[in-house]
Design a protein around this ligand. Structure first.
Ligand SMILES: [Zn+2]
Length: 222
């Protein structure tokens, strides 16, 4: 069972925030508004002071691939001059496959990409394998009331082969690369958790159970 405080979560948007929401709604309709309000919520409640919201574009591509989104500040879009900044969020089949969960999946992918973007803005290694990614996933999981051990991935030797993994008992490297989706399988949604810290004294979340097979949800992008 989960107990969440009933508190006023209405946002008082600044004129620039309202313009950000309106722009996304103009371009992408109701789903664009959802993306923009999620991004503003995460900026204000989870990400570091000074973080500047990037433009989030929705792209109806990659229906069969595994990548859910890209943080365009990565080198992956360097060839697309003028379009390399910001985030591309793919309207992947995986976002629509769980009945009624589209908005929750969008929120999760938006936070994942914003975290990449935050690390880039602050000049830190934004890769899943890096220490900054593990550190911020650990900090934000704690902030969201999620009980999960997160350690930096490292090289693990198994006989003559070397692979990348995390220590036993920690979130796996595969799931770390999909954070926060794998740690949100039970309990309140990401948006509910992100809104809750305003009255955190009454938050009492159920521990997240990470053991057992995880769903085959496609991974988020870089
Ligand atoms: Zn990623």
């Amino acid at each position: 069972m989960s107990k969440l405080a009933l508190c006023d979560t209405a946002m008082n948007y600044s004129p620039s925030d309202r313009a950000y929401i309106d722009a996304h709604r103009y371009m992408f309709g109701e789903l664009g508004e959802r993306v923009a309000t999620a991004a503003i919520l995460f900026r204000d409640r989870l990400l570091r002071p000074g973080f500047v919201l990037p433009l989030v574009r929705l792209a109806p591509v990659a229906p069969y691939g595994s990548c859910m989104a890209l943080s365009g500040n990565s080198s992956a879009l360097d060839h697309a001059q003028g379009l390399a900044q910001g985030i591309w969020l793919y309207l992947h089949e995986g976002m629509f496959s769980r009945h009624g969960a589209l908005h929750d999946r969008v929120d999760e992918v938006v936070l994942h990409e914003l975290l990449h973007n935050e690390l880039m803005q602050f000049g830190e290694d934004a890769k899943h394998k890096g220490e900054p990614w593990a550190r911020r996933c650990r900090e934000l999981s704690s902030r969201l009331g999620l009980q999960v051990r997160i350690e930096r991935p490292r090289s693990i030797r198994n006989g003559k082969t070397v692979s990348t993994g995390t220590p036993a008992g920690c979130l796996s490297y595969t799931d770390l690369a999909r954070w926060p989706q794998p740690v949100l399988k039970n309990g309140p949604s990401l948006r509910t958790r992100a809104e809750a810290p305003l009255c955190s004294a009454t938050v009492n979340y159920t521990a997240v159970h990470l053991e057992g097979p995880l769903s085959a949800t496609p991974v988020a992008g870089r």
